[in-house]
Design a protein around this ligand. Structure first.
Ligand SMILES: CSCCC(=O)C(=O)COP(=O)(O)O
Ligand code: MG
Length: 260
């Protein structure tokens, strides 16, 4: 087994979710299809609720920013023609969500709506989040060794808490010291990692970020964060240069903490 040593200055482990703690297949085959199958009915049922209206406003704003993109779907504002208008608007939101999802967009607007939709499924016990078998034992070990463990995912903080609160391993939310999503900035921008360090109250060099996406690893590294790239079944392949450049792990058990 290859072992990657965690630098002594590291006190915080920052984890990506999809492709790192959780199989991409769970996201692509369970979480995302749930959205596609239920978004229209969800909008019809919850349309008048404040939370749903906030989600629609955010999606409309995002659609305005995306107007220049090929195939982008605008979301009209109400013109006052009650019934027809509402159905047209709901259909536009559905089309917009489908279009964003077909490009695996990580916009805050899309992720916020998805989080709200998953809530019902997780809390009713209809869905349980999957974690790779090495994740929970490793996180427990790190915490026993005095490490803090945080999540940074494109999935909304609300969605992250649903996953950790309703997993096949039970409620493991208490193992996580805090959560970050794209509200702090996108994962491919180095500034996001500086803001995360500020928010935790540590230096960027005290953080080790584990992710499957090299663009994210590169942004974190530019901010002086330590990184290791996680190679899991179903993840996108890496180039030879990436394989040579980055510390690679296939399981969290391959990380060696000097203090353990
Ligand atoms: C709460 S994560 C749900 C999956 C998701 O929507 C997503 O975008 C995951 O992205 P990540 O940054 O964890 O790779
Ligand atoms: Mg990922």
């Amino acid at each position: 087994m290859v072992v990657v040593s965690v630098p002594a200055e590291v006190t915080v482990i920052l984890l990506d979710i999809e492709g790192t703690t959780t199989p991409i297949a769970f996201v692509k085959d369970t979480l995302f299809p749930y959205i596609k199958e239920n978004v229209k009915e969800y909008l019809q049922t919850h349309w008048d609720e404040e939370e749903c209206q906030q989600d629609v406003s955010l999606l409309r704003k995002q659609a305005e920013e995306d107007a220049h993109l090929d195939g982008a779907v605008p979301i009209p504002v109400a013109s006052g023609n009650a019934g027809d208008d509402l159905q047209q608007m709901i259909q536009a939101v559905v089309d917009n969500v489908y279009w964003q999802m077909s490009h695996d967009r990580k916009t805050t607007a899309l992720k916020q709506l998805q989080g709200h939709m998953w809530k019902a499924a997780f809390t009713a016990g209809r869905m349980k989040a999957e974690f790779f078998a090495d994740v929970v034992p490793a996180v427990r070990r790190w915490r026993e060794a005095g490490m803090k463990v945080y999540i940074y995912s494109s999935g909304s903080v609300e969605a992250q808490k649903l996953l950790f609160g309703h997993s096949t391993e039970g409620d493991i939310l208490e193992l996580i010291d805090g959560h970050f999503d794209t509200k702090i900035g996108h994962k491919v921008e180095s500034e996001s990692y500086r803001k995360i360090a500020d928010s935790i109250g540590c230096s960027t060099s005290n953080i080790l970020f584990l992710t499957d996406v090299t663009l994210e690893a590169s942004a974190a590294e530019e901010a002086d964060v330590h990184v290791a790239v996680v190679v899991r079944p179903g993840n996108a392949g890496l180039t030879d240069d990436e394989k040579t450049y980055y510390n690679l792990i296939t399981s969290f058990s391959e990380l060696y903490l000097p203090s353990t």
